[in-house]
Design a protein around this ligand. Structure first.
Ligand SMILES: Nc1ncnc2c1ncn2[C@@H]1O[C@H](COP(=O)(O)OP(=O)(O)O)[C@@H](O)[C@H]1O
Ligand SMILES: [Mg+2]
Length: 439
C-alpha cells in the first residue's frame, strides 16, 4: 500500500470513528454555521447531518442559551484554548431526551461539553468542535449518592439523639438506684433504732412508776421528820432537804419524765416516717394514702424546711391511690426541696403550701411556694435532665426529669404555674386506678 493510500485509509477510519463513537461531535465556523454533525448528534437531536450541515446552529436550536454560547465560542476562536461546560454546573447544553429512560430519574440528558479550537495548516482557529459527553448515568448515581448521604446524616442525627436519650435514661436509672439504696439505708437505720427505742420506752414507764412511789415515800418521811427526837439527825435531814431543793425536785421529776416520753414519741414518729418514706420491701404497685405519703416526706426533709419556710397544709379527703408509693414520695420530695430552694431568703421566712384533692377518677397533690418563680426559658427546659439554674453542688438538674418520668409511669401529668418574683405552683395529677398493672 502506498503512503498516500495509507493516509487515505486512516482518514476514512477516523471519519467512521467520528461518526460511530458514542459521543456527540459537531463543529461550527465563526458564523455558527454547522460543518460537522455526527450520528450521536443526529440520533439525539432528531436532526440529520444532511439537515444540519450549512445551517446556523442557533437557527436550528432556538432553545440554546445563545448569548452564553456565542460568548463561549467566540472566546475559543479568539484565544484558541479549550473551553468546557460541566453537567453539575449547567446540566445540559442541548435539550436531548434522557438516554436511560428505563433507569429513569432525569428527564434530560446530562452533558459535559468540550469546545476544541481547530486550526488548519497552523493558521487561525477556523472551526470550533464541540464534543458532547453523556453524563446522565453519573448524574443519576450522584443524585442517589446525595440522597444516601442525606439519609446517612439523618440516621446519624437520630443516633445522636438516641445517645442523648440513653444517657438521660442511664442517669435516671443511677438516680433511681441511688434513691433505692438511700431508702434501704433509711429502712435499715429505722429498724435498728426501733429496738433500743422499744426498751427505753418500756424502762421509762417503769421508771415513772418507781419515781412516783419513791416520791410518795419521801413525802411521807418528810412529814415524819419533825417528830424525830435526835436533834443532830433532824438537822442533817433539814440541811439535805434544803440543798437538794426537794420541793423543786418533786415538781421537776414528773416533767422530766413527760418530756422524755414526748422525745421518744418523736423518735418513734421519725422512724415510722423513714419506713413509710422508703416503703421497705414495697417497690410494687400498691394502694397508698397520698396525704400520709406527703406528710412522711415532709418530715424527712423537715430539717431543710423548718428554718426557711412555714408550711401550710390544705389536704382533701383522698381515696387510696394505686401507685408506686416510694416513687411518688420521691416526686413530693423533689418538689418540696425545689420549693425551699426557690425561696428568697432576703425576704425572711417563705411559705410553702401543700394541698391535695380528688376529682372524678383523679387525685392531685400540689406544692406551692412564694419564691423566685421561673423565667420562660426555665419553664421550657424544666424537665430536661441536667437542666439546672443552681450553682454546682446545689443542683444536679435531675429532680424534675426523674419526677416527670415517675408521674409518666403512673399515667399522670404535672401542671405548672409560675411567675418570676411571685412563686411557683406544681400540681401532680395521678389516676386513682391504673388501667392495667405495669411496672
Ligand atoms: N419551685 C421552683 N421555683 C423556681 N424554680 C424552680 C422550681 N422548681 C424547679 N425550678 C427550676 O427548675 C430547675 C430544675 O429543677 P430540678 O430538675 O429539680 O434540678 P435542680 O433542683 O437540681 O436544679 C431548677 O434549677 C430551677 O431553675
Ligand atoms: Mg431539684
Amino acid at each position: 500500500m502506498t503512503a498516500a493510500a495509507q493516509v487515505g485509509e486512516t482518514r476514512a477510519l477516523l471519519e467512521s470513528l467520528v461518526e460511530r463513537i458514542d459521543v456527540g461531535i459537531f463543529a461550527v465556523d465563526r458564523s455558527a454555521t454547522v460543518v460537522l454533525w455526527n450520528t450521536f448528534m443526529a440520533i439525539h437531536s432528531g436532526k440529520s447531518s444532511a439537515a444540519m450541515l450549512g445551517q446556523n446552529l442557533f437557527a436550528m436550536f432556538p432553545e440554546l442559551p445563545r448569548a452564553w454560547l456565542e460568548k463561549k465560542l467566540e472566546s475559543v476562536f479568539i484565544l484558541g484554548n479549550n473551553a468546557f461546560t460541566l453537567w453539575n454546573l449547567r446540566p445540559y447544553l442541548f435539550r436531548f431526551a434522557n438516554s436511560r429512560p428505563i433507569t429513569g430519574g432525569l428527564a434530560e440528558m446530562r452533558q459535559n461539553v468540550t469546545f476544541l479550537p481547530i486550526r488548519f495548516a497552523g493558521g487561525e482557529v477556523a472551526l470550533v468542535c464541540g464534543t458532547v459527553f453523556d453524563y446522565t448515568d453519573t448524574a443519576i448515581a450522584q443524585h442517589k449518592l446525595h440522597d444516601a448521604i442525606g439519609a446517612l446524616h439523618q440516621e446519624k442525627d437520630a443516633q445522636a439523639q438516641l445517645i442523648v436519650k440513653l444517657e438521660a435514661a442511664q442517669n435516671q436509672l443511677l438516680q433511681a438506684e441511688k434513691m433505692a439504696s438511700i431508702g434501704q439505708l433509711a429502712a435499715g437505720i429505722a429498724h435498728e433504732i426501733n429496738n433500743p427505742v422499744g426498751f427505753v420506752n418500756s424502762n421509762l414507764q417503769t421508771l415513772k412508776k418507781y419515781c412516783q412511789q419513791m416520791l410518795q415515800l419521801i413525802m411521807t418521811y418528810q412529814g415524819a421528820a419533825t417528830q424525830i427526837g435526835d436533834v443532830e439527825l433532824r438537822e442533817k435531814i433539814s440541811a439535805l432537804t434544803q440543798t437538794m431543793d426537794i420541793d423543786f425536785l418533786q415538781e421537776d421529776l414528773p416533767d422530766l419524765i413527760k418530756e422524755s416520753e414526748d422525745g421518744l414519741l418523736r423518735i418513734k414518729k421519725i422512724v415510722e416516717d423513714l419506713k413509710d418514706f422508703s416503703h421497705v420491701n414495697k417497690s410494687d404497685w400498691q394502694y397508698a394514702d397520698l396525704n400520709a405519703g406527703l406528710d412522711s416526706t415532709l418530715n424527712v426533709v423537715w430539717n431543710e424546711v423548718k428554718y426557711k419556710a412555714t408550711v401550710a397544709k390544705n389536704y382533701g379527703v383522698l381515696p387510696a391511690v394505686e401507685c408506686l408509693a416510694a416513687q411518688l414520695n420521691q416526686v413530693f420530695l423533689n418538689l418540696i426541696v425545689n420549693a425551699v430552694q426557690a425561696l428568697d431568703e432576703s425576704k425572711g421566712m417563705g411559705t410553702i403550701t401543700l394541698a391535695t384533692g380528688h376529682q372524678d377518677e383523679w387525685v392531685w397533690v400540689e406544692v406551692q411556694d412564694n419564691g423566685l418563680g421561673m423565667s420562660a426559658e426555665t419553664k421550657k427546659r424544666l424537665f430536661e435532665p441536667f437542666f439546672t439554674t443552681k450553682p454546682v453542688g446545689k443542683g444536679t438538674g435531675l429532680g424534675m426529669s426523674v419526677s416527670y418520668n415517675i408521674v409518666q409511669k403512673h399515667h399522670g401529668r404535672i401542671e405548672l404555674d409560675s411567675l418570676p418574683g411571685e412563686g411557683t405552683r406544681f400540681r401532680v395529677w395521678v389516676p386513682v386506678k391504673q388501667a392495667k398493672m405495669v411496672d
